[in-house]
Design a protein around this ligand. Sequence first.
Ligand code: SF4
Length: 409
Amino acid sequence: MGMAGYRLTNDAGSADVAIVTTCAFLNSAVAESERIIRQLLAIKRRRPGMKLVVAGCLVQRFRTHIRQRLAGVDLFVGLDAFIDIPKLLKNGETFTASFPPSRILTSRNPRLLSTPKHYAYLKIADGCNNHCTYCLIPGIRGSLRSRPVPDIIREAEDLARAGVKEIILIAQDTTAYGLDIYCRPALSRLLRKLSNINGIHWLRLMYTHPAHITDELIDEFSSNPKLCRYIDLPIQHISNRILRRMNRHYRRDDVEHLLARLRSIPDMRIRTTLITGFPAETRKEFNELLEFIKTSRFDRLGAYAYSAEPGTIASQMRNQIPEPVKQERLKELMQVQARISRRNLQHLRGRKLTVLMDAADTGRTEWDAPEIDGVVNLPETAKTGTYITALVTNTRTYDIVGRPVRARN
Ligand code: SF4
């Protein structure tokens, strides 16, 4: 693929230019990004002609001192300027980042899929206005900036033409989509328009905010056959005191009410994310969370030990919880969830499900997002990227075992 005279390779040992796209919203992500950059700096010392470019959130987060932090990198590029990298290199620039970022990639920018060709992530907005006290993202990626509907549709049509069947909508808060440019929530309208695209069979919604789920969106789950009966709804905690300290803008009874409404949709599955060991979380509050998990029986659940990110309000709060306690609570919570997940999946035995094949012997139902949720393992092979109907013959803690009944398309 040609691009301003460059050809893409994934072999850093022979590349003229190596680009590291970084994540930096958690200390662990910073450490991982810097580990890879240092590996490339070692290659660059052996091949001094190679240019090393560091792009993305790490540059936004450490913009004032990143050049000292990572000496030897040729060019640092913030979130706005990916597309300008060839020009910046040609001009001998060493740093460019605007804060807050003002641009967002559009369908006019070339896109190379890094996912299997039958599914793709589609970014509908960037930035966030929510200001959760533990989160650096608004400080790194700026305020909400939604892409106009026609621009998203154009990109989705291109993806469909390239063979994509499942589109996964992402943003920092997908349910805030449109508030900035249309002055009202516009996600349901966008979903309806996306579902008119031929070739797209599944639309999957990630990263919603419990305070921003509208009646219209709940109706969309009931009425739009292309919208997966799956919602990623990170609640983070359930204690009112902790939710207030997190600045999450909802209370326990709001969550309970919302879950009841979502569960009234036939075959709906709910994924959530939780944080253990938020500053000043008492054992009693953690027990409240555990009990809530036991009664709510989420279908999918991810949890993280709280990470104090310098620059956040939460990192300045008193009564930070010791790391071993955070980890112990995380382990306890995931043990409870493992039992719930195992029992939830057992109810599927004997059912026939539609499965999208991600590999010859592995697929997913509409209730599973790629890479984070479970899979369907098949003893026989089927064509990657096709939908099949599978009979559930066995279930494990997070995964299903199935037998193909017939291919759908
Ligand atoms: S909604 Fe998500 S991205 Fe926005 S501030 Fe909260 S945790 Fe960060």
